[in-house]
Design a protein around this ligand. Structure first.
Ligand code: ATP
Length: 231
């Protein structure tokens, strides 16, 4: 269970309060107008930004004092964060260990992860020689290898066409299901929320509201969400 306990995030004159709980293994979308603080919230969960006050608990343990790399989570951004000078396999190796030299076991795990995301045999390629969709798969494979219990997605597939994006969301759902991962996904597209997330947190007017069933929220959106959806 992930608990945002009276979290207050402030940046200059921006303020966001979050007091809510996400169930283990759940998949939650974060929807809200531009500038509402969706990315800021993920950045705070990931440990790159300190909140002004409040606690962040994973399974009852306060993880706020943990450095980003030690938190029980992986984060996937739109730009995928792949190192261009490293091969796909080396990029994936960084998900397992910071050592430059990988063991035979590491190589076997990397090959299996590549296979899982449909990129068998592409380990020697450089990210620049892959399509955007393939790069997304590599980044997802790296999260798979890290095998952290929490996966944060900040619009990672926004640049992909609708069919590819749907494929990637389906793959995330499958992998999260297999690993029992708790997923939090920022998106601008309510259809993404519907496709992947049974629950949605609405961010508006400085508040992250407790999660509600996505279908209910979209069928009867509160005014801030209705305005955002153009209804
Ligand atoms: N480094 C920063 N310093 C000060 N304010 C910031 C900083 N980064 C973001 N903000 C402000 O925080 C607020 C939330 O920004 P954020 O990027 O989290 O919103 P968002 O909901 O993800 O928006 P979008 O949907 O447009 O990506 C905005 O008002 C933004 O101007």
């Amino acid at each position: 269970m992930l608990t945002l306990d009276k979290l207050l995030i402030e940046q200059d004159d921006f303020r966001l309060c979050a007091d809510l709980t996400l169930k283990q293994g759940s998949c939650t979308a974060i929807l809200g107008p531009s500038g509402a603080g969706k990315s800021t919230l993920l950045t705070t969960l990931a440990g790159f930004l300190n909140p002004t006050s409040g606690r962040l608990l994973w399974d009852g343990e306060d993880i706020m004092a943990m450095a980003p790399g030690l938190r029980p989570l992986s984060i996937l951004f739109q730009d995928q964060n792949l190192f261009p000078h490293l091969s796909v396999a080396q990029n994936l190796g960084l998900g397992i260990s910071p050592r430059p030299r990988l063991s035979a076991t590491d190589h076997a795990r990397i090959a299996k992860a590549l296979d899982r995301v449909g990129l068998s045999g592409m380990g020697a390629r450089k990210p620049g020689s892959l399509s955007g969709g393939q790069q997304g798969r590599v980044a997802l494979a790296r999260c798979l290898l890290r095998a952290k219990p929490l996966l944060l997605l900040d619009e990672p597939f926004a640049a992909l066409g609708p069919a590819l994006k749907a494929d990637m969301l389906a793959l995330v759902a499958e992998i999260a299901d297999e690993q029992g991962t708790t997923v939090i996904m920022v998106s601008h597209d309510p259809n993404d929320a519907k496709a992947l997330c049974s629950e949605t947190v609405l961010l508006a007017d400085g508040v992250a509201q407790p999660p509600r069933p996505t279908d209910d929220l979209l069928a009867d959106p509160p005014p801030a969400l209705a305005a955002y959806l153009g209804r």
